[in-house]
Design a binder for this molecule. Sequence first.
Ligand code: C2O
Ligand code: CU
Length: 463
Amino acid sequence: MISRRSLLAGASAMAALPLVPRRTLATGIASETLEAALATVQIAPEGYPQTEIWSYGGSVPGTEIRARQGDRLRRKLVNSLPEPTSLHWHGIRIDNAMDGVPGVTQEAVPPGGEFLYEFDLPDAGTYWYHSHNQSYEQVARGLQGALIVEEAEAPDVDRDEVLVLDDFRLDPETGQIAGFGNMRDFSHGGRIGNIAVTNGIFNKALTVKQNERLRLRLLNTANAKIFQLQLQGLEGWIVALDGMPLEVPQPIPETLLLAPAQRADLIVDVTAEAGSEAHLIRLEREEGVSQILFSVTGKTAESRRGVPAPLPPNSDMVVGGLDDALLSTLRMEGGAMRGFQAARMDGREVGFREAAQNMNFWAMNGVVGMPGEPLLTAERGQTVRVTLQNDTMFPHGMHLHGHHFREVLPDGSLGPLRDTLLMFGDEAREIAFVAHNPGDWVFHCHMLTHAAAGMMTRIKVLA
Ligand code: C2O
Ligand code: CU
């Protein structure tokens, strides 16, 4: 357990500064429009300069979108940025045409252009939206926001808190988002920031009561940072992962890992005494640092409530037919220290050195970047099993669009539904899913500099 002292030491002097007020959203924009534009916000502690961001609605994370399960969502993206962009709705089992992947499902929206996204929301849960063009840069500049799809009947909690965990790399002199050409970010673990934030501020604080029951919707929208999280003075259960409810709420492990793009919905009770503090802690080189402070003022009840009921399941999520599944393998190689012998890049064979000169460092099944042919072509409704073999030294967060999958565990049982799988170096893991959603779906690493440097493929589901 983290001692109070190491917590304070790790939190550093920054955490003692007063709260940075949240920026209010830009006004005068019709609710159905999502404008991507430059904005200026305070991310660094007070006394440091403000930061220019690229944002949806003037803040980072951008305007929170809330809808009900079964709703149709309609948002007109207006591009007021100096570069082309697009919107991807991460984790939504969406119409392929609305998936927002330039070169696959649409053309990038040029500066001054618009694109109307309109689609159904089949599943309740915690999702997010972000740019899918030059994502390693555009998402890092702030083009991301939470998309919350509410259950028809809300679970029995006192509060619902959306907590977007992220990191920024800021130039300490100018306060500006920095360092996009860094070769190391592409070839090693990815672009890691120098300030970790929650909902755009580094010292997020909430006031709670003892025995209050909270739903914490944790989202990791960072480029590459794997959040290693612990709770202090809060106890409870994981009720959903990557938006999808667990059949049975699971006790929260001592350390909860959240890879880039992953989400976890927790239901926790405040067990810290009135007058004390609780924390969401993140580990930085084994040391606990407060990511979110919960000040406990008073008590709501004399004791905790019982185990929460599971969230209602989303429909059509059974993964069966494993024995007759279409089989595929995705071998990941490259990166610093190992590289690869040879791979196809732009239709010809290259060595690692030549690929590296083009800022490409990774190959999947011997191809750098999007292959000419899909990894696999499935009939609609067919069960697919993919073995992912990570022959690199680095962790990767592999994300499949348009579908949720289950991990096939070594004993043959199936893990929870997810849309992003965290794999460590030299691991092999297997996933299975039903290819229910017709279209071309990209499958890539969500360490966004890795995706930009070769870790991108796609699958095809026939109509
Ligand atoms: Cu969250 Cu292809 O992305
Ligand atoms: Cu990766």
